[in-house]
Design a protein. Structure first.
Length: 340
């Protein structure tokens, strides 16, 4: 007889996977997923997916955050947001876009290999050359030119954010402190000018003055004239950093700086209520206090608290012994992989 992984009979209704090896339909009793982990087809009018929309709508900024976002909007300057992981730096961009109706957030996740060109545009010269060769192979007598170059130029998130429009877009440049040392300085001219040139289009003959290129996402092409992309409304650029490195003074001078502090007990209670309702907030007072005590000894993200609250209030609760073990794992300080 196979030994059950969880012999406690109280856990039977909660366990979807039991580790017994016997095929069974364990998903019938699975509760609804957390609000930020729901995936459906289609998007609401905001353009945000259900998970992003939930995160945006339930975000609770303090007054300093509100003040600095307004300053960035008035001054048309990038906002450099610094704070510990899980304090809502990236969610801030979603929240502003949601509240002001500015459409989907354009996101540029930064790695050590990220370059300015990747953020602006990419020209697939090899793909265009390949299609030209195929056309000539099929129709050797053709005198037509190479295929439309606009189909082989796709703007990056920064390039798309700088397209001319009546209302600004929101651009999230996520974790810039992970970049190569030159990228912050490379961004300076683009931020100052609010635009950039595409040399491949500047060199085209006069009859190809306007070329329709691909935006960062989707296939609805946008017009670019004489290879010049120039914004009419500077985007709200939210640049996040985990403070893993210093940025050059010239870069800092062109940004407004905001430090997001970890939320206190009042704001944590507001966040829990925004996600799960008042009853869940009232039932989570001890859990919030425990979270705050643990945070004094190591970095914890608000997401970790929300995961814990969901397990405790979702209506399908594991037995107490199992729950306590899971909470210990969920509320483990960030950066801790082994036993404490």
């Amino acid at each position: 007889m196979t030994k059950q992984a969880f012999p406690d009979r109280e856990a039977e209704d909660w366990l979807v996977y039991r580790g017994e090896g016997t095929p069974r339909d364990g998903l019938w009793n699975l509760p609804e997923p957390p609000p930020w982990r729901r995936f459906v087809q289609g998007r609401p009018a905001s353009g945000l997916g259900p998970g992003a929309l939930q995160r945006a709508a339930s975000y609770r900024p303090d007054q300093n955050i509100v003040t600095m976002v307004n300053a960035a909007l008035h001054l048309r300057r990038p906002l450099l947001v610094t704070g510990k992981p899980g304090t809502g730096k990236s969610t801030l961009a979603l929240h502003v876009a949601h509240e002001l109706g500015l459409g989907p957030v354009l996101t540029w996740p930064i790695t050590s290999r990220a370059t300015l060109e990747q953020g602006l545009y990419r020209y697939d010269a090899i793909g265009r050359l390949h299609e030209t060769s195929l056309r000539r192979a099929v129709e050797p007598e053709t005198t037509s030119n190479a295929p439309d170059i606009g189909r082989y130029i796709r703007l990056g998130p920064l390039g798309t954010a700088l397209l001319p429009r009546d209302r600004p877009r929101v651009l999230l440049i996520d974790e810039l402190d992970k970049s190569d040392i030159d990228l912050p300085n490379d961004l300076l001219n683009v931020f100052e000018e609010g635009g950039f040139d595409i040399p491949e289009l500047e060199r085209l003959p006069a009859e190809e003055e306007v070329v329709h290129v691909m935006p960062a996402k989707g296939n609805e092409r946008v017009a670019v004239t004489r290879g010049k992309v120039q914004c009419t409304e500077f985007p709200l650029v939210v640049i996040t950093s985990n403070a893993e490195r210093e940025f050059p003074p010239a870069f800092l001078r062109r940004c407004l700086r905001l430090v997001i502090e970890p939320p206190d007990s009042r704001r944590l209670a507001e966040i829990v209520e925004a996600h799960f309702g008042r009853a869940a907030k009232d039932a989570s007072t001890d859990l919030i206090n425990d979270f705050l005590r643990r945070r004094e000894h190591g970095d914890l993200a608000t997401d970790q608290l929300l995961n814990a609250v969901y397990l405790c209030t979702s209506g399908s609760r594991p037995p107490e012994v199992t729950l306590q073990g899971m909470l210990e794992s969920i509320l483990r300080p960030l950066g801790t992989t082994g036993p404490e």
